[in-house]
Design a protein around this ligand. Structure first.
Ligand code: KET
Length: 429
């Protein structure tokens, strides 16, 4: 009886009220009997599988987390120094609902430009967010609450979690074309068509730089054309900027797409994350900003963002915000940070060259030019899910099934092994 009603309810998509189940002589309510295990996360699930593998040869190029050339996680020197300054000196009281004012100020300078008039005019509503994910989610919730009839256009492909974020915020999703599998580059013409064909006033999710997973970004000229077309269509651009500094090694240059849109007078939204560029992954520190028409509007929007945060997590965590504001607020620490970001970006660029060279030396019949053409943390290799499965099963190499290689996990020590394995699974394709 319990099994039948559970089945029916499941088919109708209704959650069952407690179902009576009999265990031995006891009768008890089964509150959670209908809960099926969730599908594994396509990115974080890879780390779980990697950790469970006892092989000494194993390599993790799944999650986008930077490693040094010994394959070890990195804490930046500027972060260590900021932590020394925090320890024993600063209190850990609640931050305001919108987070650290200082951290927000510094974040806006990074995204909108050191001397931005928009900052001076106080036109930007901004709150500290739970890293990039939290910033996207807060924006999606804001969109649902205040623009309930809008949809979000998401590039294909994109970071898998974008789909989850806007789904859970109950914002309908549409897609736009972005990547060309044959050229392994940007499908600019199709992207422009989709932008033109979307209803006027649509919301678009754009990766500000270092597109994940493809490593393919529009050129400056193409961004200008995109911005122009957004103007014509009155679309709203929401920039996810999770990799500022990781594309070129220079955070200012990596903000170019945003600056082009600002020059053209758009209102924009922007999610910033310090996970990658400051290595603050687990600290969950980021910023959501929305550029408004004037200060009055910005005050209202910020108050509503805070209102969204309050019942969810009340206020954001303090430690990462202190680290970020100390680093960005101190000219010496800031220049150390800039040097360290550049160092990370350069090591990745070096590994791109090494991986490509190794594959070419092995006599691979395929072209691997895209490894060095793509930028940011990832190489979208073009390998099929079956080839990736073989890499994992036969070589203990862990990566997402879409063929994405996190170049941040490639080292001088493992690049030869990785190239050899890739060659083995692709040479007959
Ligand atoms: N946006 C993009 C495009 C992105 O790749 C990530 C993380 C985030 C936002 C969120 O990062 P956060 O840690 O919330 O600031 N991407 C890597 C990690 C993950 O999947 O969570 C990844 O793609 O491996």
């Amino acid at each position: 009886m319990a099994a039948i009603s559970r089945e029916i309810l499941k088919r109708r998509g209704i959650l069952p009220s407690p179902v009576m189940a009999t265990i031995g002589t006891r009768s008890m309510a089964s509150w959670f009997g209908h809960v099926e295990p969730a599908a594994k996360d396509p990115i974080l699930g890879v780390t779980e599988a990697f950790l469970a593998d006892p092989s000494p040869d194993k390599v993790n190029v799944g999650v986008g987390a930077y490693r040094d050339d010994n394959g070890k996680p990195v804490v930046l020197e500027c972060v260590r120094e900021a932590e020394r300054r925090i320890a024993g000196n600063l209190n850990m009281e609640y931050l305001p609902m919108g987070g650290s004012i200082k951290m927000i100020e510094e974040s806006l300078k990074l995204a909108y430009g050191e001397d931005s008039e928009l900052i001076k005019e106080k036109r930007i509503a901004a709150v500290q967010a739970l890293s990039g994910t939290g910033a996207c989610r807060l924006f999606a919730d804001f969109q649902k609450r205040f623009l309930p009839d809008t949809q979000i256009y998401i590039p294909i492909p994109t970071w898998a979690n974008h789909h989850n974020i806007w789904r859970d915020a109950c914002v309908p999703q549409r897609t736009f074309r972005y990547y060309h599998p044959e050229t392994k580059g940007l499908d600019f013409a199709s992207m422009m068509d989709d932008i033109k064909n979307a209803p006027n006033g649509s919301f678009f999710l754009l990766h500000a730089c270092a597109h994940n997973p493809t490593g393919v970004d529009p050129s400056e000229e193409q961004w200008r054309e995109i911005s122009y077309q957004f103007k014509v269509k009155n679309h709203f651009p929401f920039f996810d900027m999770a990799y500022q500094g990781f594309a070129s090694g220079d955070p200012n240059r990596d903000a170019k797409a945003i600056r082009i849109f600002l020059e053209d007078g758009h209102l924009i939204g922007c999610a910033q994350s310090y996970a990658k560029n400051m290595g603050l992954y687990g600290q969950r520190v980021g910023c959501l900003s929305i550029l408004c028409e004037d200060e009055l509007q910005a005050v209202a929007v910020k108050s509503q963002l805070q209102q969204l945060a309050r019942p969810m997590y009340s206020n954001p965590p303090v430690h990462g915000a202190l680290v970020v504001s100390i680093i960005l607020g101190d000219p010496e620490l800031k220049s150390l940070w800039l040097k360290e970001v550049k160092g990370m970006a350069d090591r990745i660029i070096g590994m791109r060259k090494a991986l490509r060279e190794n594959l070419e030396k092995l006599g691979s019949p395929l072209s691997w030019e895209h490894i060095t053409n793509q930028i940011g943390m990832f190489c979208y290799s073009g390998m099929t899910p079956e080839q990736v499965d073989r890499l994992t099963d036969e070589f203990h190499i862990y990566m997402t099934r879409n063929g994405r290689i996190s170049m941040a996990g490639v080292t001088t020590g493992n690049v030869g092994y990785l190239a050899n394995a890739i060659h083995e699974v692709t040479k007959s394709s």
